[in-house]
Design a binder for this molecule. Structure first.
Ligand code: UDX
Ligand code: ADP
Length: 475
């Protein structure tokens, strides 16, 4: 155990969706602590420092106000990684940990190269005693690797360099990150060094009550994060599976959800059927769990969790297929308006968004997609679909039947729907609840369809405007 005084300066490595909002809230709630967020990506840092708070790199309701209050006072964004590490009492590792795409564990295990690189940077640049906090979602026992890297530097620099490693997983959900951070269900701190645990608990203690700050050992903390995400994702696959059965039997998944959600053992949250879960965490964390289970010889457990991801993939493919089937078995050369590309509402994040695979499948079938999203730009869609949009003039002339599928960005829902055979809603943006279906139907080619994969649109109004309507989970 090591003695430490109160925390005066925090450095966070990684200015992404987790690091940025988390540090902004810590700085806002702890004005006596200097918080420096560093990133190798100079463009991202410049965006965090942008005068116009509407142009921060992460869109998150309420984030602009929090950053506006703390930035320049005790919240700083910089690319000077080593200086920030050297000046910090506590360092959060909040770098990306995507699924490995090659080598051992490809497609399942997490790629830990960014964690390793940042741990090495900390080992080299830190001064005195430093508490290192794992914030990124990591496979169980990653702290072991971080500790090993740090212990190589321990005792160097005249014997003054020492480290404690803690796990403090993030449970914020995008779109509600500020509320989740300001009023968390719980804060989880895993570690062995009680002084370090209490130092971190005292940071959160500035605004979170002590009974909500849970202390565990390192491995329980790491595993709790994977387990929480696996349980949440499992609920979505469960309700999506039931939605398909509702469609086949004449039941309505919203009625079923309400009926089961009133059982307090089940609870009413996370029962919305949809196009499948997306986001940077769910699939990655389940695959991580699957990899760990296989590693420890627990094949039954591995395949149980693997089926949650399998059902999610199936749901996305099912939606693309049913669009094609309802449009007389072909979408070749047909225009389809895609409403929403982000993986959920109130974020500009598209990582693992169901829209990506559904749009790719429809493009593969030859469709001409007109994509509109209030927060996702053309550049991101180009990266995600692996192809640029076609020139709007070409699109206006229409795609020859049997031609290759394409996409164009659209400025508004009505513009996207112009000449389209179908509108497909993939993200539950609030504005899609109040669309003027009369105006939309008037610009579409008849017979026209509304496919509502989020069940947010006013189906009665769409039917009254003459559209055929499919809603997820409605028999
Ligand atoms: C998730 C966890 O909720 C959070 O605790 C963790 O820290 C990170 O991963 P996030 O991915 O940001 O957060 O969003 P979340 O609200 O969990 O939604 C994930 C996906 O599930 C989205 O694609 C969403 O649309 C979908 N979803 C969610 C449903 O389809 N139905 C639901 O009822 C809830
Ligand atoms: P998350 O959703 O977990 O926050 P992001 O990909 O949005 O993930 O953010 C992770 C950030 O970490 C990226 O901006 C990336 O540039 C940054 N990063 C990765 N490795 C390092 C490193 N060694 N030093 C500084 N920043 C890093």
């Amino acid at each position: 155990m090591t003695t430490t005084g109160p925390i005066r300066s925090i450095c966070c490595i990684g200015a992404g969706y987790v690091g940025g909002p988390t540090m902004a809230v810590i700085a806002d709630r702890c004005p006596h602590i200097q918080v420096t967020v560093v990133d190798l990506n100079a463009e991202r840092i410049a965006a965090w420092n942008h005068d116009d708070l509407a142009r921060l790199p992460v869109y998150e309701p309420g984030l602009d106000a929090v950053v506006g209050r703390a930035r320049g006072r005790n919240l700083h964004f910089t690319t000077a990684v080593d200086d920030a590490i050297a000046g910090a009492d506590m360092i959060f590792l909040s770098v990306n940990t995507p699924t490995k795409t090659r080598g051992v564990g490809a497609g399942q295990a997490s790629d830990l190269r960014w964690i390793e690189a940042s741990a090495r940077q900390v080992a080299a640049a830190a001064n005195g005693h430093t508490i290192v906090v794992e914030k990124s979602t990591l496979p169980v026992r990653t702290a072991e690797a971080v500790k090993t890297i740090l212990s190589a530097a321990q005792g160097t620099a005249g014997g003054t360099k020492t480290f404690s490693v803690l796990s403090n997983p993030e449970f914020l959900a995008e779109g509600s990150a500020i509320g989740d951070l300001e009023n968390p269900d719980r804060v989880l701190i895993g570690g062995e060094d009680e002084t370090a645990i209490e130092s971190l608990a005292s940071v959160y203690g500035q605004w979170v009550s002590q009974e909500r700050i849970l202390r565990t050992n390192l491995w329980s903390s790491e595993l709790s994060k994977l387990t929480a995400n696996a349980f949440l994702a499992q609920r979505i696959s469960s309700i999506n599976g039931i939605a398909a059965l509702c469609e086949a039997t004449g039941a309505d998944v919203r009625e079923v959800g309400r009926a089961i959600g009133t059982d307090s053992r089940i609870g009413s949250k996370f029962l919305q059927a949809g196009p499948g879960f997306g986001g940077s965490c769910f699939q990655k964390d389940i695959l991580n769990l699957v990899y760990l289970c296989r590693h420890y010889g627990l094949e039954q457990v591995a395949s149980y969790w693997e089926s949650v991801v399998g059902l999610n993939t199936w749901q996305q493919q099912r939606i693309a297929r049913l669009v094609v089937n309802n449009l007389f078995g072909t979408v070749s050369g047909k225009r389809i308006a895609i409403l929403g590309f982000a993986f959920k509402a109130d974020t500009n994040d598209t990582r693992e968004a169901p829209a990506i695979s559904i749009c790719r499948d429809l493009i593969e079938e030859g469709a001409q997609l007109a994509i509109v999203d209030p927060k996702v730009g053309d550049q991101q869609i180009t990266l995600d679909l692996g192809r640029p949009p076609v020139d709007p003039a070409t699109a206006a002339r229409g795609v020859p039947l049997g031609g290759d599928g394409t996409w164009i960005p659209a400025e508004s829902v009505v513009e996207a729907a112009r000449g389209a055979d179908a509108v497909l809603i993939l993200t539950e943006w609030q504005e899609y609840r109040h669309l003027d279906w009369g105006a939309i139907a008037a610009v579409m080619r008849q017979p026209a369809w509304l496919f509502d994969a989020r069940a947010v649109a006013d189906a009665e109004a769409a039917r009254a405007a003459g559209l055929n309507v499919w809603r997820v989970g409605e028999g």
